[in-house]
Design a protein around this ligand. Structure first.
Ligand SMILES: [Zn+2]
Length: 235
C-alpha cells in the first residue's frame, strides 16, 4: 500500500466527500498524498447496489485526486468495536503511515457515523501498541486525529478555507448518483429530494463566513493544540 500524508475515514462510501471533500481536493492539488478508507459498502442504503456504489466511490476518488480508496467491508449498520474491526483499522494505519487522519465527529444523526469515529479512535490508539498485530510494522500512531462533521456540527478547533476547491467537492459528492440524483428509477429519500447538497453547502458557507472566506470545512482536534508561541498563528 502506498504511504500517504493524510488518511480520511468514512462509515459509508459518500461520507468523506460530504464532510471534507474540499480539504481533500485542496491537499491533493497542493501535492500531498491522500488516501480514502470507507468502513462499509453502504449496502443498507435505500438506493444503489454495492457495485454501483463502489463505481461511484472510485469516480469521486478520481475527482478528488486521492491516491487510493479502499473498503474495509465491515457490515453496514454493524460497525462494532470488535478486536477484528479494530485490527482492520490498525493494519491500514500501519501500512499507509499517514501523518494526520480524519473521521466523523462523535455526535451525529446516523449512529454509523458516530461508531465510525469511535472505531477509528480505537484503531488509532492500538496502532501504537506492540502487542496488537506485532507482525505489521512500523508500530506507531499517526501524529494527529481529527474529526469532521456530517449531519451535526459543533464549534470546530479550526476551519480550512476550501473556496477555491468547492466546485471539485460538489462534483465528488454528485458522483454518488445513486444516492443524490432525483431519478424515476430511485426511491425518494432524505438524500435525493433536492435539499441535501444545499444542507452541506449551508454548513460550509457558515464555517466559511466565520473565517471571512466563502466556503470552509471545520475540524475538531481530539486534544489541545500546542503552539510554540502566539506569533506562530500569523501566516
Ligand atoms: Zn454516511
Amino acid at each position: 500500500m502506498e504511504k500517504v500524508d493524510f488518511l480520511a475515514f468514512g462509515a459509508h462510501p459518500d461520507d468523506i466527500e460530504c464532510g471534507i471533500g474540499g480539504t481533500i481536493a485542496k491537499l491533493t492539488r497542493l501535492g500531498y498524498k491522500v488516501g480514502l478508507v470507507d468502513l462499509t459498502l453502504g449496502e443498507m442504503a435505500t438506493n444503489g447496489t454495492i457495485e454501483q456504489r463502489q463505481d461511484e466511490a472510485y469516480k469521486a476518488m478520481e475527482i478528488l485526486g486521492a491516491s487510493f480508496r479502499i473498503n474495509l467491508e465491515i457490515p453496514d449498520r454493524g460497525i462494532n468495536l470488535t478486536p477484528e474491526n479494530i485490527e482492520k483499522v490498525v493494519e491500514i494505519l500501519r501500512k499507509a503511515q499517514p501523518k494526520v487522519i480524519a473521521a466523523p465527529y462523535w455526535v451525529d444523526r446516523h449512529p454509523d457515523h458516530e461508531r465510525a469515529g469511535s472505531l477509528v479512535k480505537e484503531g488509532f490508539f492500538s496502532a501504537g501498541l506492540n502487542k496488537v498485530l506485532p507482525e505489521i510494522k512500523p508500530i506507531k500512531r499517526p501524529e494527529k486525529y481529527l474529526r469532521y462533521f456530517l449531519t451535526i456540527s459543533a464549534t470546530p478547533s479550526f476551519v480550512v478555507d476550501v473556496t477555491e476547491y468547492y466546485s471539485i467537492k460538489k462534483r465528488a459528492v454528485l458522483a454518488h448518483v445513486s444516492q443524490f440524483a432525483h431519478r424515476p428509477e430511485f426511491s425518494q429519500t432524505f438524500l435525493n429530494e433536492g435539499q441535501f447538497l444545499g444542507r452541506i453547502e449551508s454548513r460550509d458557507l457558515f464555517f466559511g463566513a466565520q473565517i471571512g472566506k466563502r466556503y470552509g470545512e471545520g475540524f475538531v482536534l481530539q486534544e489541545l493544540l500546542e503552539l510554540e508561541h502566539p506569533l506562530v498563528l500569523i501566516k
